[in-house]
Design a protein around this ligand. Structure first.
Ligand SMILES: CC(C)(COP(=O)(O)OP(=O)(O)OC[C@H]1O[C@@H](n2cnc3c(N)ncnc32)[C@H](O)[C@@H]1OP(=O)(O)O)[C@@H](O)C(=O)NCCC(=O)NCCS
Length: 421
């Protein structure tokens, strides 16, 4: 078998990708036989990433490599087998679903839906990188998605992940599309207060669906199957905050049929804790000790409301807040109270150490979401491609006009599906 040396000559470096392509087979993941090998690739990629001296975030897939897409209506994983030994050296996943494009059709008021693939979990073993394996995996996955009717594919990555951004934009014709913000708040040992003039109402999945279809229909990425999302066992509920004085005037059972109070906020809580966990690695002992001390103090003296840092250094779960929207003058305060309510739910759930939300960069709701700046990402880069596009220069005029990838957002709101986080 051809062995890849880390000390290859200039000549060998140039020819490696061609040799690699001949030695690689990309095929569908087999849950019965590939689980261990795929977990090993994930672990080695994590170890390599965290050995560079900076704190890094490791994902624990809890024994199910495909768990992150399993809740989607259609999903799949491909693996790259290398050489005669058929060693699994890379993998990639996708989920396919129908979402809004953010604009209504010309003739009527119906939203424009499109089938999209969300690409995630691309990994190549550190020993096999720069051999075009990553590119091959993306290309094969795109074919897989097109066969299932997807018209667009998109992916998300941190703005600092140059390897990933270059691979998708320079080699696979993706365009930088949107840059939403990820907002993170730690779960403290003390409860957060909710204003005495604010009522929190739990909506049934049916009412939540009607309210969401009314609110988000002009936003981008609102899923057509919102009903399945809201009735999923990982969905812990949809909650609305309204001023208490409107409790008697608004009938939550009527949903969007009834007049909304002039100010309100709404969000849903998704329990990612049962699907995968995160772990922060690579912090100094001093930081670790400081965080542990803050937790102890907060636990014993909750009345002091110490902004303690939870245990993020062992695998931890989090709640993902989605479908966040607010209206009226009181909106930001009501949203803040709703987030406090979600924080208090997380506090009661052992091992749930953070609450996370992802919203459009210019979405006004951002103002109402409490978060810690040092834990948050100001720019999560989403890159998108109209499937079937090989090179951008080849686009004809008709393609350009119909291409969602190059159209400016018709709304500042992006619906971030918790199944894609
Ligand atoms: C990103 C990753 C999958 C790339 O895999 P790979 O097999 O090395 O990628 P390829 O050989 O197909 O590279 C294609 C292009 O991507 C870019 N690229 C890949 N690695 C790069 C790096 N370390 N720095 C800069 N550009 C890089 C280059 O443009 C490269 O083309 P070139 O080799 O002709 O210069 C791999 O580095 C990896 O597993 N990283 C850790 C996990 C991760 O970040 N995944 C992406 C999550 S979205």
């Amino acid at each position: 078998m051809y062995k890849i040396s880390t000390k290859v000559s200039e000549f060998q470096l140039k020819s490696l990708p061609d040799i690699a392509e001949k030695l690689v087979l990309v095929r569908e993941y087999n849950e019965m036989t590939d689980k261990e090998a795929v977990e090993k690739v994930e672990r080695l990629c994590d170890e390599f990433g965290s050995s560079k001296g900076n704190p890094s975030l490791i994902t624990d897939l809890m024994g199910d490599p495909i768990s992150r897409v399993r809740q989607s209506p259609l999903y799949g994983m491909l693996v790259a087998e290398f050489g005669e030994e058929k060693e699994i050296v890379g993998m990639i996943m996708a989920s396919v679903k129908t979402v809004t494009m953010g604009k209504k059709t010309m003739n009527n008021e119906l939203p424009t839906y499109v089938k999209v693939a969300y690409i995630l979990g691309l990994r190549v073993l550190p020993s096999h990188r720069r051999l075009r394996l990553g590119t091959m995996l993306v290309q094969k996955l795109e074919e897989w998605c097109m066969q299932r009717g997807a018209e667009y594919a998109y992916m998300a990555t941190e703005c600092s992940n140059k390897a990933s951004i270059d691979l998708f934009t320079l080699k696979c014709a993706y365009l930088k599309f949107r840059t939403p913000t990820i907002l993170v708040h730690p779960v403290h040992a003390h409860k957060k207060p909710i204003g005495s003039k604010i009522a929190i109402v739990r909506l049934t999945p049916q009412i939540a669906e009607s309210v969401y279809r009314h609110i988000f229909i002009n936003s981008e990425f609102f899923p057509k199957d919102i009903d399945t999302l809201l009735s999923n066992k990982l969905n812990l509920g949809t909650f609305m905050a309204i001023p208490k004085k409107y409790l008697s005037k608004w009938d939550p059972k009527k949903g969007s049929e009834s007049n909304f109070p002039p100010s309100f906020a709404i969000l849903s809580v998704w329990n990612t804790k049962d699907v995968f966990k995160f772990q922060v690695k690579g912090i100094s002992r001093l930081t670790y000790a400081g965080c542990a001390a803050s937790r102890v103090a907060d636990k014993w003296m909750p009345w002091l409301k110490i902004p303690s840092i939870p245990d993020l250094f062992n695998p931890f779960g989090f709640y993902f807040l989605y479908g966040l929207h607010m209206e009226g003058k009181g909106g930001p305060l009501l949203m803040k109270s709703l987030c406090s309510f979600a924080h208090n739910m997380a506090k009661e759930d052992k091992g749930c150490e953070a609450i996370v939300a992802e919203v459009g960069k210019w979405d006004p709701v951002r103002e109402g979401i409490p978060h810690w700046r040092k834990f948050s990402w100001s720019e999560d880069i989403w890159c998108m491609k109209k499937l079937g596009t090989l090179k951008r220069e080849d686009d004809d005029q008709e393609n350009v006009v119909n291409d969602w990838c190059i159209s400016p957002p018709s709304s500042s709101v992006i619906f971030v599906d918790p199944r894609d986080f």
